[in-house]
Write a protein that binds this ligand. Structure first.
Ligand SMILES: Nc1nc2c(ncn2[C@@H]2O[C@H](COP(=O)(O)OP(=O)(O)OP(=O)(O)O)[C@@H](O)[C@H]2O)c(=O)[nH]1
Ligand SMILES: C[C@H](OP(=O)(O)O)C(=O)O
Length: 216
C-alpha cells in the first residue's frame, strides 16, 4: 500500500494565526508532520510526503518527498490515476495518531475507508477502488461518501477519536495537550501552553499571557 502524507509547506496552519506567529505555525506544523510520519512508519507502512514546496531549512525526515504545487485534490488524484496498488492518504495534522490506530485503519478491507475529521473534513482515506477520486475541502467527508456511492464502491467510516482529531483551530489544541505524547505535544508544552478551566469547555492558554495579547 502507498501511504501519502500531504503537507502544505508554503503557508501551513493559517487558521492558527490567532494563536501562533508565522514562525511558530511552521515549527508546529513540522512537529505534527514528524509525529504522523513516525506513526505511519511504526505502523509498518512507508510514508511518502506530497508537499506544496520543498521542505524548509532542508529538513530531512528520511522519506521520499514529491513536490506538487497544485491544490490538494488534483495532486492526490494524479497519484490515484497512476496507482496500481491501494493508496492511503493520511493528513499531516493528525498529531494524536498512534501506529496502532493507523494499522487498524489500513487493515479494514473495504474499497473506500474514510476517517471523518472535526467539522466535516476527511482526515484519512484508504482507497482500493480504481475509479475513486478525492474532493477535499468543504464537507469533504459527505462528498467522499457520495463519490463512493456514485461509482458503486463500498464505503466505510472509520471511528477513531485520535484519527478524527485534526489540529486546525485553537480549540483542537485542548485535545493535543490532553492526549498527545509526541513532538507536537512537547512543542506546545515548551511554548508554554496549558489547559485552562474558564467555565464551559476547557480551553488553552499560554502561560506568558502573550496569546491573550494576540487575541485582542
Ligand atoms: N500537498 C498539499 N497538501 C496540502 C494542501 N493544503 C493543505 N495540505 C495539507 O493537507 C492537510 C489538511 O490541510 P488543512 O487542514 O485543510 O489545511 P492546513 O494548511 O493544514 O491549515 P489551514 O491553512 O489552517 O487551512 C494538512 O496535512 C496540510 O498540510 C495543498 O494544497 N497541497
Ligand atoms: C483538507 C480538508 O481539511 P479540513 O479543512 O477539513 O481540515 C478536508 O478534510 O477536506
Amino acid at each position: 500500500m502507498r501511504v501519502l502524507v500531504p503537507f502544505d509547506a508554503a503557508e501551513p496552519k493559517t487558521r492558527l494565526s490567532d494563536v501562533f506567529d508565522r514562525r511558530e505555525r511552521a515549527e508546529f506544523a513540522y512537529a505534527m508532520l514528524e509525529d504522523v510520519l513516525e506513526a505511519v512508519r511504526e505502523s509498518g507502512e512507508e510514508p511518502e510526503l506530497l508537499a506544496t514546496a520543498p521542505l524548509a531549512d532542508e529538513r530531512d525526515f528520511s522519506v521520499p518527498v514529491a513536490v506538487d504545487d497544485r491544490p490538494l485534490s488534483p495532486a492526490i488524484n494524479d497519484v490515484l490515476a497512476g496507482a496500481d496498488e491501494p493508496v492511503a492518504v493520511v493528513m499531516a495534522d493528525l498529531a494524536l495518531a498512534r501506529p496502532i490506530d493507523l494499522r487498524r485503519l489500513v487493515d479494514v478491507d473495504e474499497e473506500v475507508v474514510a476517517v471523518p475529521g472535526r467539522g466535516g473534513g476527511t482526515n484519512a482515506l484508504v482507497i482500493r477502488h480504481p475509479e475513486f477520486r478525492v474532493d477535499y475541502h468543504g464537507v469533504s467527508f459527505r462528498d467522499h461518501r457520495e463519490i463512493a456511492a456514485r461509482i458503486g464502491a463500498e464505503f466505510t467510516a472509520f471511528d477513531s477519536h485520535r484519527l478524527a482529531t485534526d489540529v486546525d483551530e485553537r480549540s483542537d489544541l485542548v485535545e493535543l495537550l490532553l492526549h498527545g505524547e509526541g513532538h507536537a505535544a512537547d512543542w506546545l508544552d515548551a511554548a508554554g501552553f496549558r489547559l485552562a478551566e474558564t467555565g464551559g469547555r476547557v480551553t488553552v492558554q499560554r502561560t506568558d499571557g502573550s496569546d491573550s495579547e494576540r487575541l485582542k
